[in-house]
Design a protein around this ligand. Structure first.
Ligand code: PRP
Ligand code: MN
Ligand code: MG
Length: 176
């Protein structure tokens, strides 16, 4: 029987907590006195969304979108599908997309345009992880937790075939 193998811990929960506090302060500064709409992208952003929202002391509304690009493969298909749309009117609002990882950039490139087309005042991106070597579409990322190298990352919301999202740290899948 095939067994997936998980690598060593790359980023601990403590490091992620500290980074969320740092980025939270930056967001408070950047949007001082204003209201923000945080949009978490299901399912990968589930833990990081919680970390960011509790570290940002501003008037805030949260919402979620669900999109998928990978399916059950470790390679991006380049296709973005909306599985759950926004429930919030973001017209004239400061929107911050909260993501777990920017890899090819396909998902965020699509989402940023989508939210701008819904007349957001501004659309910023806050990602836990950035994998620059994966990039196929140029995209400006405003808040980045950690930069990772070109491995298949799992844990802390990130899955392989829907597994490992519950790991309380960032690690990677060993691939033959
Ligand atoms: C993953 C990840 C990002 C996106 C990044 O989501 O959570 O949303 O892919 O890849 P990209 O930069 O190449 O577009 P996925 O589609 O696997 O859905 P999930 O969040 O439910 O795991
Ligand atoms: Mn995702
Ligand atoms: Mg996934």
């Amino acid at each position: 029987m095939h067994q997936d193998t998980i690598g060593t811990v790359m980023i601990t929960q403590e490091e992620i907590n500290a980074k969320a506090a740092e980025i939270g302060q930056q967001i408070e500064k950047d949007f001082a006195g204003e209201e923000v709409v945080l949009i978490g992208i299901l399912r990968g952003a589930v833990l990081w969304m919680g970390d960011i929202m509790k570290n940002v002391n501003l008037d805030m509304v949260i919402d979620f979108m669900a999109v998928s690009s990978y399916g059950a493969s470790t390679k991006s298909s380049g296709v973005v599908k909306i599985n759950k749309d926004l429930d919030t009117n973001i017209s004239g609002k400061n929107v911050i997309i909260v993501e777990d990882i920017v890899d090819s950039g396909t998902t965020l490139n699509y989402l940023k345009a989508y939210l701008q087309n819904h007349d957001a005042k501004c659309v910023k991106i806050c990602t836990l992880l950035d994998k620059p070597e994966g990039r196929r579409v140029d995209i400006d990322v405003d808040y980045i937790g950690f930069t990772v190298d070109d491995r298949f990352i799992v844990g802390y919301g990130l899955d392989f075939d829907q597994k490992y999202r519950n790991l309380p740290y960032i690690t990677y899948l060993e691939q033959e």
